[in-house]
Design a protein around this ligand. Structure first.
Ligand SMILES: CC(C)(COP(=O)(O)OP(=O)(O)OC[C@H]1O[C@@H](n2cnc3c(N)ncnc32)[C@H](O)[C@@H]1OP(=O)(O)O)[C@@H](O)C(=O)NCCC(=O)NCCS
Length: 154
């Protein structure tokens, strides 16, 4: 497979129906309880959801993120990167773009939940300024685990 060195060449754009196969390919590899294709397809048409992908000109869709937007609050509902491209800045670039977009939509606060063992994602969120605001006991399954709730003021 084509390998890229950084996320600098990637394009950030809204997810389209034809991206969903590639997105599901990543989703199934990265999560033990993955969303299915119909979930992504339904959300693409919803004005209250922002679904974006990072696309490399040769390698295709590398990463995606989903943000719910409800009045002045956002919820980062999903973010994942194709495993071979981890650590190259894709998530950072994608989330940078999502938060600018969210601010433009009038979002003032973004919440998210993350597995308590997910150090990589937690580190990423902290680097954006997210702080811990709570814990949901046994929120996740496969394996059962607490969620840490994090909040960012934009
Ligand atoms: C978490 C995830 C989205 C990060 O994507 P990524 O493209 O690898 O992240 P980036 O390269 O943009 O790195 C951004 C930051 O993440 C953190 N990070 C990345 N790799 C890390 C590692 N191995 N260990 C600790 N922190 C790490 C760092 O803060 C990094 O910033 P820096 O490079 O400036 O130091 C990706 O690993 C993934 O898809 N994981 C599986 C799905 C998942 O857990 N999603 C989140 C659900 S809440």
């Amino acid at each position: 497979m084509e390998r890229v060195d950084t996320a600098a060449d990637a394009t950030m754009r809204p997810m389209r129906a034809e991206d969903v196969d590639a997105v599901i390919g990543i989703e199934n590899r990265q999560f033990t309880s993955p969303w299915d294709a119909s979930t992504f397809l339904d959300l693409i048409d919803r004005p209250s959801a922002e679904l974006w992908v990072a696309e490399h000109p040769e390698a295709g869709v590398i990463a995606y993120a989903v943000l719910w937007c409800i009045v002045d609050q956002g919820e980062l509902a999903n973010v994942a990167v194709r495993p071979e491209y981890a650590g190259l800045g894709y998530a950072r670039r994608l989330l940078d773009g999502m938060f600018v977009l969210a601010k433009g939509r009038g979002i003032e606060t973004v919440f998210l939940e993350v597995r308590s063992s997910n150090a990589r994602a937690t580190e990423l969120y902290r680097s954006f300024g997210f702080t811990d605001v709570g814990r949901r006991k046994n929120y996740y399954e496969k394996p059962r685990e607490d969620a840490v709730v994090m909040r960012l003021t934009l």
